[in-house]
Design a protein around this ligand. Structure first.
Ligand code: NI
Length: 182
């Protein structure tokens, strides 16, 4: 087990298109996934994509914590999950702002337009199918992690840079009722 080093914005690995995983059941993939899950846990993060740990392969891990769900029926808590060679599609045109951070952009968060409802699928380390139709936080985190596989970081999705700030400042503004987070 190991905590992996995370690439920060500016590192070229984060701007590359990642390559498909040839054998999702290979021992080195199992090892990578285990270390990524440990790294995500250690950082108290909701998701982590392989390019963020300097491995340009199409896989990511994520989880949906109890407190993060929108209350929507298709947005339930999800235990630590790996998605290898994912495909993703928006179900409709419903796009909403989703507050997100990224381990590669530490200390900051922003409201990013994301499809509310998506369908995605991939495989796990046994080669078994994972995914389905999801909404809310679950849909947002999957879109964020999937973007990493195509060299896209969340600021590249933003259209209102007023909704972008340091965690401490946004938390203070929120406490003072000055808005920032709805
Ligand atoms: Ni990220």
């Amino acid at each position: 087990m190991a905590i992996l080093k995370i690439a920060r914005m500016g590192h070229p690995v984060l701007l590359q298109r990642a390559q498909p995983v040839a054998d999702p059941t290979a021992a080195e993939i199992r090892r990578l996934v285990r270390d990524m899950l440990e790294t995500m846990e250690d950082a108290s993060a909701a998701g982590l994509a392989a390019p963020q740990v300097h491995v340009p392969l199409r896989l990511f891990v994520f989880r949906v914590g109890e407190g993060r769900t929108s209350g929507d029926a298709d947005d339930r808590p999800v235990d630590k999950t790996v998605v290898i060679n994912p495909e993703i599609a928006a179900v409709d045109d419903d796009v909403r702002l989703h507050w997100e951070g990224c381990l590669s952009i530490p200390g900051l968060r922003a409201a990013v337009p994301r499809h509310w409802r998506i369908r995605y699928h991939g495989v796990d380390i046994e080669g078994a199918a994972v995914g389905g139709e999801v909404t809310g936080f679950h849909a947002g985190v999957v879109q964020h992690e999937y973007d990493h596989l195509n060299g896209i970081l969340y600021p590249m999705r933003m259209n209102d840079f007023r909704l972008f700030g340091f965690n401490e400042e946004l938390a203070r503004a929120e406490q003072q009722g000055a808005g920032g987070r709805s």
